[in-house]
Design a protein around this ligand. Structure first.
Ligand code: FAD
Length: 296
């Protein structure tokens, strides 16, 4: 099933993200965690693709297995910046062979090593280059990433939104946001992109922070603003694994309920291979997902 058809329904959707194992020995535990999340019957699931090809080997295998055995629509991520045309075309061929029709087209992060290479030699410079390639191959529903708090490489939001519009015009059918911890940032972003003529569905990416050690990593990765309410929660409960888990799930649940109440229907949870987190959030929202919007 094409993800765009799920997102266009007028009812809330919830999806979860997993990432492939870093080593062969971790494969079984990741497979097991992924299956536990699939048992929740989310609207769809996504599998990330490691930057530089590091952990990307299993992305398609995991996506194929879950779609085949659990009937959950799968979204396979694909990055391009460190890849040759041959590598990308081989991935596209494999996706077709495995029956994967939903792709998240990403550039990938610029490593220090990449930064020092000659950019004119790169086969792909922006995610939109990959979008064109996927469009040409045909048959894919293509998603793209967006940044309510501006991509760290952009000078300002205006420039970032201009490039986002180019990416959408290249063939992106839906967008998933970087994590954010203050919903007002998303509402403001949505207003601005709609004003810029970007009309595709936007899936709100929510990261439940369930350990104090995750905070620093999350900020470094995303540059996200941490509201005082969230900082106080980490200060108060961060020393206890169990308390932080409960508080982090409650915060993410709160964020999601506010989004749903304000008409943001499509939620993607960065569940980080943690079925217990996905299970708790799913239970908190069970009556809200699939609920028709009866507001006038
Ligand atoms: P782009 O859309 O290419 O944008 C990157 C920067 O380039 C932006 O500043 C943009 O404004 C600018 N830009 C775009 N087009 C142009 C142009 N024509 N001229 C000049 N500037 C331009 N990383 C992984 O390695 N694996 C994953 O699985 C993965 N999944 C992700 C999922 C989501 C939802 C998100 C939000 C991020 C994910 N990432 C992943 C991280 C992502 O690869 C990085 O954030 C990366 O730095 C940018 O990728 P992009 O696809 O947004 O790039």
């Amino acid at each position: 099933m094409k993800i765009i058809d799920i997102l266009k329904r007028d009812v809330p959707s919830i999806s979860y993200e997993v990432f492939p194992p870093k080593t062969d020995t971790a494969f079984e535990s990741v497979k097991c965690a992924t299956e536990e999340i699939a048992k929740l019957s989310p609207s769809f699931m996504s599998v990330t693709y490691g930057a530089g090809g590091g952990t990307s080997r299993y992305t398609l295998d995991i996506a194929e297995d879950i779609e085949k055995y659990f009937g959950i629509p799968m979204l396979a991520h694909l990055t391009c910046v460190s890849s040759t045309r041959e590598t990308v075309r081989e991935q596209i061929r494999l996706m077709k062979e495995k029956g994967i029709t939903n792709v998240m087209a990403l550039r990938g992060d610029l490593t220090a090593e990449l930064e020092n290479t000659d950019r004119s030699a790169w086969a792909y410079r922006h995610a939109s280059d990959l979008v064109y390639e996927l469009r040409e191959a045909g048959g894919f529903c293509i998603g793209g990433a967006c940044y309510p708090e501006v991509h760290p490489e952009s000078c300002d939001q205006k420039e970032d939104i201009r490039h986002l519009k180019e990416k959408v015009d290249a063939g992106v059918e839906f967008l998933t946001t970087q994590m954010f911890f203050d919903n007002n940032l998303l509402y403001n972003f949505l207003y601005k992109i709609r004003e810029a003529g970007i009309t595709v569905p936007v899936v709100a990416g929510i990261m439940p922070i369930t350990g104090a050690n995750q905070v620093e990593r999350a900020i470094k990765l995303s540059g996200s603003f941490m509201p005082q309410r969230f900082k106080s929660l980490v200060d108060r409960f961060g020393h206890s694994k169990e308390a932080m888990m409960q508080a982090g799930i409650a915060y993410a649940t709160d964020q999601i309920i506010d989004l749903l109440a304000n008409g943001v229907n499509n939620i993607h949870v960065y569940s980080m291979n943690k079925p217990e987190v996905a299970r708790a959030i799913h239970a908190n929202l069970s009556a809200m997902i699939g609920l028709e919007d009866t507001r006038g």
